[in-house]
Design a protein around this ligand. Structure first.
Ligand SMILES: *[C@@H]1O[C@H](CO)[C@@H](O)[C@H](O)[C@H]1NC(C)=O
Ligand SMILES: *[C@@H]1O[C@H](CO)[C@@H](O)[C@H](O)[C@H]1NC(C)=O
Ligand SMILES: *[C@@H]1O[C@H](CO)[C@@H](O)[C@H](O)[C@H]1NC(C)=O
Ligand SMILES: *[C@@H]1O[C@H](CO)[C@@H](O)[C@H](O)[C@H]1NC(C)=O
Ligand SMILES: *[C@@H]1O[C@H](CO)[C@@H](O)[C@H](O)[C@H]1NC(C)=O
Ligand SMILES: *[C@@H]1O[C@H](CO)[C@@H](O)[C@H](O)[C@H]1NC(C)=O
Ligand SMILES: *[C@@H]1O[C@H](CO)[C@@H](O)[C@H](O)[C@H]1NC(C)=O
Ligand SMILES: *[C@@H]1O[C@H](CO)[C@@H](O)[C@H](O)[C@H]1NC(C)=O
Length: 905
């Protein structure tokens, strides 16, 4: 069994080394030396050093810096000629000279602990810190070694067989930190033998399985961190014995079951974090018996029942996070005499409704408050907030009230506000009257607030992030925005801005990396060249505007910073510039009037993942040379003037390719798809660390596209990375459909309609087990529909119409559900199956359209559900970024299927 080590041989080896070791110890004693270091310990360390590779770069740079350590290769300084007790990361026992502490955290190390690792020879280890490296392999092996660490020489005993449970109890280890590595597999039950452990951190690994109940043996454990792994099942009731436990962090796993009642026994508990799991049921009222609990986080679970309001006023508590659950009821605090200690209250994104109680104003210690999506369903007295002077972070999105928030008044309440999120409420302000000091506010989110005028008060000098999207602001973008020295995120999308105003005074060059989103406005004229002067723009989205003219050549100045350029749906003309954008990951210039050829310089865009030139007038041959782009995942050439044959190429990462509605012609050799490996390899099992990683794009920007699926145009507002589609429709391809199509096992959507394909439908299509939508209509296909297609259980849309197909229509439930029109124009088709399908010929009703919309949505829901580790690391972003845009926690794919305007018939 891979990764499982042979205990018996390890033990015997350990024992022989123990023996040798006793021997050399006498040596050392006989020849006194100034060095504290014992040679056996030195040798063990030098051997350990050689077991691992030292990398040039760190895997967890940010975390290490956050912890105050600059990652570096600590072991590289370990040299034979110096006292090993002075080596970096080593601490020895002053008397025995044995290594008692090994700190290799943030040391850029990579490798696996094998069962014979010389770590076994550091018998007296009490502290082992290996965090923030790239150690991998089964966690079982390492814990096996650790449970064998003992300085007791058992070799003269008569034991014939050792099991870790026997020896392990003698391990001195009290402090074990293996966090932020790539350890995998289950925790072995003999972890329970490390009985001296007081601190155990296994978070941020890929450890799976259930939490062994033997952890309940670690009576002295005070800190247990298991977050960001893949643990499943319930928290064992043996946790009830860990009554020394001070902090228990198990967030972002897949733990389930109801609230673990056993935890109520942990009377010393001060920090309990259960967020990001799959817990259900209610939060028990007797959680208040944990009289030392200061932090309770249970967000992003499926807790139901009434809001446990009793928690908010318990004397010890300072942080309560219950966001993203299904809690009901209203916020109520009862009688409050003195101000509660509560500093953080997050009950956002539940099903709470009712008025905001005036007693909230008693919570004067609050620093962070999130009531997002609290449905007040009535007027709100925003004066309640005027007492919460120390708030730094206030989230009040979508309060479902008609009361308008007067921003001038509102801002004057606070002294330290850093993040203000009012999106989805009505907000008004006057730019004239003085405001206390909003100029200190670094982050302001006012999306969808019915705003008609740009807020200018005090000119928000400290602004780093401004989201003013989805409002009704007309006219010019104020020039002063570009003078803000710290601006890194600006979202102006979905307003009716028409221009960029007077830019003569603009002091743009100080702007550091900027994300600039301005889609869905009414900008006209040329793309302003000042954008090229912004020192480093990282994302530039000007899609869905009325920009005309050429794509500015000066955008090339942004080389090396620009990662996303989206100019979709404008009125740009001319060719694509030759000299630019080598750093791009997404280039979307669809729906313009661009002409000429694809510039061959694209070949240097080695990071490019998405190339979408849909609906232009690009007149070129098939860009087979794009196969040199190692990262290309989405290629859309749809509706241009591409012509000629499409050469056989290898696209190793391509998963979505749409070359429909061009003038491509010629035949496709039968092995055409042999080298399209990405659509052939399953990626469903892939684990994504952040929800954004499930989608094409990044934290701030998601690639979108429109695709023909099931006879409908479907808008993928976010493209799931696992999505696959191949659309060759509306060209002039002839000859047979390549048999190698059957290799594309992951394909979900296949559209070959409206070409001149002849011959039979290859039976290899029966291998496309993931296929959802198949359209081969309007060709000259003959022969029978392969019976194998009847077995494709996900195939819910097929269109065979207008060919010369003959013979029996396959049975099978998927065929039964088809519409008779799917077979139109094939007079040779017959059989009982067809008779049944066409029994009552009818035209689709609006009701059916609705059904297919639901189908698309539910399909997407299924795909999301299938991804293991979906929840994993939602909150990495939460840790790394001090704020989280609202949609970050709502990673849904919205799809808007609509009747296609150019469906072929
Ligand atoms: C647990 O802690 C107590 C008090 O510090 C100590 O006396 C005892 O030996 C410890 N038990 C183990 C198994 O380490
Ligand atoms: C709670 O702790 C006590 C004392 O350690 C122990 O006797 C009891 O069994 C524990 N209860 C549960 C439910 O684990
Ligand atoms: C807490 O309440 C639950 C029922 O809600 C009960 O089963 C449990 O024994 C109680 N535990 C303590 C420590 O009071
Ligand atoms: C509040 O929510 C209800 C139901 O969702 C909706 O009908 C109403 O328009 C909302 N009111 C406001 C002011 O958002
Ligand atoms: C901008 O950021 C810098 C560095 O983070 C900070 O010192 C400064 O106060 C911020 N604000 C302004 C207006 O420069
Ligand atoms: C644009 O903003 C309006 C509110 O001004 C909103 O109703 C609409 O849904 C938004 N559109 C998009 C695409 O976000
Ligand atoms: C633009 O701003 C400059 C400097 O503030 C001013 O001199 C000029 O008149 C302005 N131009 C327009 C068209 O407003
Ligand atoms: C966009 O601008 C054009 C002219 O520049 C104008 O005719 C049109 O009404 C504007 N659209 C909106 C929604 O303001």
């Amino acid at each position: 069994m891979e990764g499982f080590w042979n205990l018996t041989s390890t033990i015997s080896l350990t024992l022989s080394i123990l023996f040798l070791f006793g021997y050399s110890y006498e040596d050392v004693a006989a020849v006194p030396t100034k060095h504290l270091c014992r040679p056996d310990q030195r040798d063990a360390l030098l051997q350990l050093k050689n077991e691992f590779e030292v990398l040039n770069s760190s895997f967890a740079y940010d975390y290490c810096i956050y912890k105050g350590i600059k990652p570096h290769g600590k072991t590289e300084t370990w040299m034979n000629n110096s006292d090993c007790c002075t080596w970096e990361g080593i601490k020895c026992d002053a008397k025995s000279g044995e290594v008692i502490e090994l700190d290799l955290s943030c040391s850029n190390l990579r490798g696996k602990f094998h069962s014979k690792s010389s770590l076994r020879n550091l018998h007296s280890l009490t502290t082992l810190l290996l965090s923030h490296n790239d150690f991998s392999g089964p966690i079982m092996s390492l814990i096996g070694i650790l449970s064998l660490l003992t300085s007791l020489d058992l070799s003269r005993n008569g034991f014939s067989e050792f099991i870790p449970s026997l020896i392990g109890n003698l391990s001195h280890l009290t402090f074990l930190d293996l966090s932020s590595n790539s350890f995998s597999g289950p925790i072995p039950s003999w972890i329970g033998n490390l009985s001296h452990l007081t601190y155990l951190d296994l978070s941020l690994n890929q450890i799976s399985g259930t939490i062994p109940s033997s952890i309940g043996n670690l009576y002295n454990l005070t800190y247990l961190y298991l977050s960001f792994n893949n643990f499943v099942g319930e928290i064992p009731s043996s946790f009830g014995y860990l009554n020394q436990m001070n902090r228990l962090h198990v967030y972002y796993n897949r733990l389930n079951g109801s609230f673990p009642i056993a935890l109520l026994n942990l009377t010393e508990l001060s920090s309990l974090m259960l967020d990001g799991n799959e817990f259900t049921g209610t939060i028990p009222p007797n959680i208040t018996s944990l009289s030392k609990l200061t932090i309770f986080e249970a967000g992003s679970n499926a807790f139901t029942g009434a809001l446990p309001s009793f928690l908010f006023t318990t004397p010890s508590i300072s942080t309560v996070d219950l966001s993203y659950n299904q809690l009901r009821g209203i916020l109520e605090f009862g009688n409050i005499s003195s101000p509660p200690k509560l500093q953080v209250l997050n009950v956002g994104n539940n099903n709470l409704r009712g008025p905001i109680p005036a007693t909230l104003s008693k919570f004067t210690n609050l620093v962070r408050l999130d009531l997002s999506h609290y449905k007040t369903r009535g007027p709100v007295d925003f004066n309640i907030f005027s007492h919460l002077k120390w708030l730094e972070d206030l989230h009040l999105t979508h309060l479902n009230t008609t009361t308008t928030i007067d921003l001038n008044d509102f801002l004057s309440y606070f002294k330290r506000l850093r993040v203000l999120v009012l999106s989805g409420n009505l907000v008004s302000f006057t730019n004239k009257s003085p405001v206390s000091d909003p100029s200190l506010l670094p982050e302001l989110q006012l999306s969808g607030c019915g705003i008609t005028e740009f807020p200018e008060f005090a000119r928000l000098k400290n602004l780093e992030s401004l989201d003013i999207s989805n409002n009704k602001i007309k006219g010019q973008v104020p020039g002063w925005l570009w003078t803000l020295p710290n601006l890194t995120y600006l979202n102006l999308s979905n307003n009716t801005f028409t221009g960029f105003g007077n830019l003569t005074t603009v002091l743009v060059s100080r702007l550091s990396s900027l994300i600039f989103l301005a889609s869905n406005n009414n900008f006209t004229g040329e793309i302003p060249s000042f954008i090229c002067d912004l020192r480093s723009v990282y994302i530039l989205d000007l899609s869905n505007n009325n920009f005309s003219g050429l794509i500015p050549r000066c955008l090339g100045n942004l080389n090396r910073s620009l990662e996303v350029l989206n100019l979709r749906q404008n009125r740009l003309h001319g060719g694509l510039p030759e000299n630019i954008f080598e750093s791009l990951i997404t280039l979307d210039i669809g729906h313009n009037q661009l002409t000429g050829k694809l510039p061959r310089t694209l070949i240097h865009f080695t990071s490019l993942e998405v190339l979408n030139v849909e609906s232009n007038i690009i007149n070129d041959t098939f860009p087979y040379w794009l196969s040199y782009l190692p990262q290309l995942k989405v290629l859309v050439l749809r509706s241009n003037a591409f012509a000629g044959p499409i050469h056989q190429t290898s696209f190793s990462k391509l998963r979505i390719v749409d070359i429909s509605h061009n003038h491509f012609n010629g035949t496709l050799p039968s092995d055409y798809f042999v080298k399209w490996s990405a659509i052939g390899i399953s990626s469903l099992g892939k684990k994504y660390d952040k929800p954004d990683e499930m989608y094409m794009g990044d934290f701030y920007y998601h690639d979108s596209m429109v695709l023909m699926n099931k006879g409908l145009e479907m808008e993928l507002v976010r493209i799931l990375k696992i999505y696959t589609a191949l659309d060759f429709s509306g060209n002039k391809f002839e000859g047979e459909i390549p048999r190698s199509i059957g290799l594309l096992k992951e394909l979900l959507v296949l559209n070959l309609s409206n070409n001149a394909f002849t011959g039979h439908i290859p039976s290899s299509m029966g291998n496309l087990t993931a296929l959802e939508s198949l359209d081969v209509s309007q060709n000259q296909l003959s022969g029978e529909i392969p019976q194998e297609l009847g077995e494709l259980s996900f195939l819910s849309y097929m269109n065979f119409s207008h060919n010369q197909l003959t013979g029996l229509v396959p049975g099978g439930t998927q065929f039964q559900r088809l519409n008779c029109t799917s077979f139109d124009g094939n007079p040779g088709l017959s059989g009982p199956s067809l008779d049944e399908i066409c029994r009552d010929i009818h035209t689709p009703t609006p009701h059916e359209t609705l059904e297919s919309e639901e189908e698309v949505l539910s399909w997407i829901a299924v795909v999301i559900g299938v991804i293991p580790g979906f929840a994993f690391g939602w909150v990495i972003g939460y840790i790394l970024f001090s704020y989280k845009p609202e949609w970050f926690m709502n990673p849904f794919v919205r799809s808007k299927p609509r009747r296609s305007s150019n469906t072929t018939h």
